[in-house]
Design a protein around this ligand. Sequence first.
Ligand code: FAD
Length: 417
Amino acid sequence: MTNHNNSLRIGIVGGSISGCAAAIELSRAGHEVTIFERSLGELKGRGAGIGTPVSMVQALIARDLLDADFPYFTSSEMPFLGRKSDDDHLGHTAWVMPISLALLNWSDLYGNLRRRVPDTIYHAGCAVSSVKMVDGETALLQLEDGRDFSFNLVIFADGYRSMGRQLICPQTALHYRGYVLWRGVLAERHLADSAPLANTVPRISYKGLAGHLVLYFVPEPKGSVVQGERLVNWAAYIPVPAEELPQFLMDRQGRQRFGSLPPGSMRLEEEDRLKRLMQAHLPVYYADIIQASHDTFAQPIYAADLPTYHQDRFCLIGDAGSVCQPFTGSGVFKGINNAIDLTTALQSQTDIATALRAWNQTQTNTGHRVAVLGQQMEQAWIWTAADFSEMDAATTAAWWKAAVTFPEEFTYAAAEV
Ligand SMILES: Cc1cc2nc3c(=O)[nH]c(=O)nc-3n(C[C@H](O)[C@H](O)[C@H](O)COP(=O)(O)OP(=O)(O)OC[C@H]3O[C@@H](n4cnc5c(N)ncnc54)[C@H](O)[C@@H]3O)c2cc1C
């Protein structure tokens, strides 16, 4: 399907990370691609960082999905630590897990991908309202403004509340996992001492509370990696019972939010409550970073393990497919891998139905394995989180080895946040 005669007309719903990655890969393979993105103008990152294996960033640079000088930091150590006493400044390090993580800013990743998609095929401000098959080989996609388009293949890259997932897997619900990810960023210039965060990704247990905090430096959004201009990116996993979630997601204007509280929308009394909670649980240095951060934001954590990624001429990629806990590294890079694999499958088969079936099998299997990994990590890091302040290196390493068994393809899976 690489030659011109086998070129497909492909419509992509959603122009964020997964949609742009798919458009680049499929266009390079000779397909005629159109992206429809609901938002107008450039998508703005929430300022938050992403961690992923260094090998993943190198592979994306080698593939020319990212610039050769793409800004990121690397870290080779993940200390597990906890607070010994109320005035404990930096906490007790139980064990340092060896890692090979690249730490980057979402906005740089999106910017690199978006620049590789020509404006002529990226239609911003175009919300897709419905999609249906009109015959065995043609899908009709309709926009909210009434225009319609026909395609040989429609790819849903429309995020965790995907219209495509509802179409293909109507029985699969998103399951709220009972906790939220509360996040924030702080410019390095506000730190009296940035040395404790140099080249490291600490995971910090709370005393007597489920969840944990993780934090690390990322480049600032314009890509500066200069010391003094970095951003501290922090993310605290905090339990919020399902019945309290609607109240938690009520914003400053009294509006009920659903999927997230974007920066600047969290009620100040809620932000203060969470800051006090962290002061009661974290070593002083880390609690102070959170205390000094403003316009924090939060997202409830959901999971959905899908029976299929494909039906007729529809495919799901990224968060539109399986949704897993962020610490599995299943968000940004799963979407990009779904897109690369789909392009390869279409190239390697002469028949589109065979290609889609083969692609679907691989994505569904990977999705299941990540779902199992997510459950293991969730138990270890959220619900039965160890108190690292009381543990030594041997006990902590043994605890981790028993708690989480990585599938072979995940060389280091504790990515993203
Ligand atoms: C603006 C934005 C900022 C983000 N910032 C961060 C961050 O700083 N750190 C981080 O870790 N993660 C961030 N994320 C989340 C992260 O991108 C996703 O969790 C993950 O990367 C999966 O990406 P995705 O492309 O599959 O889905 P998403 O990034 O969720 O993108 C889905 C896209 O589909 C569009 N869409 C949805 N429905 C329709 C429709 N009917 N018609 C047309 N378009 C539609 C949405 O507008 C959205 O742009 C951000 C997401 C967005 C949208």
